[in-house]
Design a protein around this ligand. Structure first.
Ligand code: UDP
Length: 323
């Protein structure tokens, strides 16, 4: 929910996990221009997918119409998971009208009431949230103008953790804006202390509360959404629908830090600070519209896998020199 969340984070972190699930489980093929992503991450995703990883990546720029035409004519797609900020105008002309769009709980702004349901009023309070709102609106318009389109908008809460293999995980460049990447950099000795933003909120221990979801569960949510779109036995009429993706459990900053210390055996020194525009609490209402998603992992596993990734890759996909 922060003012500083950026789509870059989703491209380098959430995307590889979702792509790893899609390549391995439903034989997806990735198109990326590698502008803002890591070729190392793609290679590791391919390794994780084994046999299905072969030939699963094309370097394509969504703005290159003819390259995109070629991509769509070479492979027959049933559906697209859209992570980029650009609209794939080519899809309809190739008869592919199933779309999963990655939105964000940021579209709820600073919710007056928590937990949030899909009906919570939308009030993006930062530019990132506004881009998500606009694209959601574009998706609704696409469906209104051609009801053959089936679209699922997934509103992510706070993805953390990493692939249990430790091969892919979060690797922000520069000073991390988000909690867990910062904590992991303190744990590996790259930063001296975590600044805890706010200790006087009306929450269980005064620190901010969020709905953290293991990034692997988040990736599973995408596969569930795709299955929902293309299930021939489904009687449900899918138009343009919204689903929150979280766990319904609220965890404070201090609880998260304690869980990480336990998982890593490392002490995380903290200092007090404040981030302007921070939301006090944000979590989803369990039993809302929901996607058929059995969240497998709790906070303990999120911290375990975050640490597994960080300890194996203290400098992410780079090296001490590249940081
Ligand atoms: N947070 C913090 N120190 C940091 C980064 C985040 O105390 O260096 C807190 C923040 O105030 C919020 C929680 O951790 O309560 C999650 O913040 P994050 O930026 O990861 O997610 P968002 O606020 O965008 O939901």
């Amino acid at each position: 929910m922060s003012n500083n969340s950026g789509d870059r984070r989703s491209r380098l972190y959430r995307k590889p996990h979702c792509v790893a699930a899609a390549v391995r489980r439903i034989h997806g093929v990735v198109a990326d221009n590698l502008d803002n992503s890591s070729a190392v991450a793609i290679k590791r995703v391919q390794e994780l997918a084994g046999e299905f990883g072969k030939n699963s990546f094309r370097q394509v720029d969504l703005r290159d119409r003819s390259a995109l035409e070629k991509f769509f004519s070479e492979i027959k797609f049933d559906a697209v998971i859209h992570f980029a900020g650009l609209k794939a105008v080519v899809m309809a002309s190739h008869g592919c009208k199933n779309l999963v769009f990655s939105s964000s709980a940021t579209v709820y702004g600073w919710p007056k009431e928590v937990p949030c349901t899909e009906e919570t009023p939308l009030a993006a309070v930062n530019p990132y949230g506004r881009t998500k709102l606009f694209i959601e609106e574009i998706c609704r318009g696409v469906h209104r103008s051609d009801p053959e389109w089936k679209i699922i908008l997934l509103r992510y809460f706070n993805p953390v953790g990493a692939h249990p293999s430790g091969h892919i995980g979060e690797d922000p460049r520069g000073i991390p804006n988000n909690l867990m990447p910062f904590v992991q950099q303190v744990a590996v000795g790259r930063r001296p202390a975590l600044t805890v933003f706010g200790n006087d909120y009306s929450t269980k221990d005064g620190t901010g509360v969020r709905d953290y979801i293991h990034v692997v569960d988040l990736a599973d949510g995408h596969i569930a959404a795709l299955r929902k779109l293309s299930d021939p036995n489904s009687t449900a009429v899918i138009g343009c629908e919204v689903y929150n993706l979280g766990t319904g459990k609220g965890t404070s900053v201090l609880e998260m830090v304690t869980a990480f210390e336990k998982a890593s055996g490392k002490k995380i020194p903290i200092v007090a600070g404040r981030r302007p525009g921070d939301a006090e609490s944000c979590m989803l209402q369990k039993g809302g519209a929901g996607i058929e998603l059995e969240g497998k992992y709790g906070i303990e596993e999120m911290c375990r896998d975050q640490w597994n990734w960080a300890s194996k890759n203290p400098y992410g996909y780079g090296s001490p020199e590249s940081n």
